[in-house]
Design a protein around this ligand. Structure first.
Ligand SMILES: NC(=O)c1ccc[n+]([C@@H]2O[C@H](COP(=O)([O-])OP(=O)(O)OC[C@H]3O[C@@H](n4cnc5c(N)ncnc54)[C@H](O)[C@@H]3O)[C@@H](O)[C@H]2O)c1
Length: 75
């Protein structure tokens, strides 16, 4: 049982602007980070963004399980 099983999350601004950090394949902003982390914990996540391409990137990262593989660390 994951911590957010049965929960649903809607993230506004769930994409990310800017280039990825060095050594990472995906740019990370607050919305993208929370979307990936909550999906990893079992939530069903709806990602919205003013950039559809960026929202789709987040959705693809969730589907690909990128949240587990990324080397991103909170600071
Ligand atoms: N308090 C802190 O410590 C702290 C730290 C980092 C960032 N921030 C703030 O948090 C905010 C987000 O930062 P980030 O690094 O995650 O940014 P980001 O630019 O990586 O991500 C923001 C996302 O929101 C989307 N967006 C912007 N306006 C939108 C709108 N009207 N509707 C839908 N989507 C929209 C953008 O397209 C982008 O994908 C900024 O205001 C930043 O200053 C605060």
């Amino acid at each position: 049982m994951k911590r957010l099983d049965g929960k649903a999350l809607l993230v506004a601004g769930g994409g990310a602007d800017g280039p990825p950090n060095k050594g990472e394949s995906l740019a990370i902003g607050n919305g993208r980070a929370i979307a990936i982390l909550c999906a990893r914990e079992g939530a069903r996540v709806v990602v919205t963004d003013r950039s559809l391409a960026s929202a789709r990137e987040t959705a693809a990262a969730i589907v690909a399980g990128a949240g587990r593989r990324m080397r991103w660390k909170p600071t």
